[in-house]
Design a protein around this ligand. Sequence first.
Ligand SMILES: *Cc1c(COP(=O)(O)O)cnc(C)c1O
Length: 403
Amino acid sequence: MGSITSPRIGELDASTCSLTRTTTPRDVPAPGSPEELSHSYCTDHMVTVRWTAETGWETPQVKPSENLSIPATAGCLHYATQCFEGMKVYRGYDGKLRLFRPDCNGERLSGSAVRSSLPGFQPDELKKLIARLMEVDGPRWLPRDRPGSFLYLRPAMIGNGPHLGVQVPKEALLFIIAVLWPDVSKVKKYGQPGAPQGLRLYASHPDNIRAWPGGFGYAKLGANYGPSLQAHGAAQALGYDQILWLFGAERQVTEAGASNFFVVMHNADTGRLEMVTAPVENQLILPGVTRRSVLELCREKLADRAVGGLAPVQVVERALTIGEIEVAAKEGRLVEAFVSGTANNQYFITPVELIRSGDVDISTLGASGEPAGYASLIKSWLEAIMYGKEQHDWGYVIENEEK
Ligand SMILES: *Cc1c(COP(=O)(O)O)cnc(C)c1O
């Protein structure tokens, strides 16, 4: 207890959250509507929380969705003082609303904020703020009679202070919006007759690097995206789905678009079946919540037993080169490849059919040419947790939905 210490500035505290209801609730557009396909249609309410260097976090507000008003001199518009999260809220088959491991996202957003010179916060508070928003908007925007549906959640933080001078942000805004999102997994099913077997990835050129040691590729910052979109667009124009980002002279495989990358293959020396993905320690990849969940589930369920006709597989986090993948494919040791991420276009887990590297096409379908068995098994595990078919610690239930 020190009366001479300076007063503590406010912590982020969701329990003080205020609510101002919209007086003009909108009709909820139907699944597949142009509004949903626009990727820009928000629910009736949003969360905002102001922060200043003097007072810390102010009272969070749930209020009618509106455009932000920020000075043209705001730091985020000039110096990329910005970070974000990508999450979903799921309407379960038991009628309940759930988030998937929201503590992980809270921790990551706070870490990303600090990496972009913005204020951190207690990770738990993000989950509580999202829950407050969905208590209000959940019942109408994710109705109980539509189990198996979801909304996309976008928590973000910006440095919105007016000082154009280059400095650490003295003001910030945390906001959370819930956006209608088309469920392409219901439309575009990979591996069905007549459909593609999976994503087609285009390996990045050496003169275009997403992330580097000492950089910020491990933080979820808008600054990682702007500079990568041109390559993404060029790959799409050539008929590919995503860039597979390579790093270094040895051409390490890091991740694909906004997804982490996995390959299942037999080890060249031991013959052992391994699921290999890039490590997080060198900070080149974004540590995906889905990635972490895939690794944890596979270590728990697949390390020493076969499941559904699929052989046991050992999870390995290590630097892996595109050359190794090419050789494994040639030698018939490659079994499958897939990507993981909340927002990737099949969401959570999508098989990969092909990697274009230089002028070589590497088929990642495995010797049998069969669709990815591990990917669909893992996807079914995750789906069961997200939609409450399986009660699991990773599913966080939003209890107090309004009537
Ligand atoms: C968000 C993101 C991912 C996937 O993270 P999840 O938490 O699994 O959704 C992977 N790579 C990048 C670059 C990302 O931005």
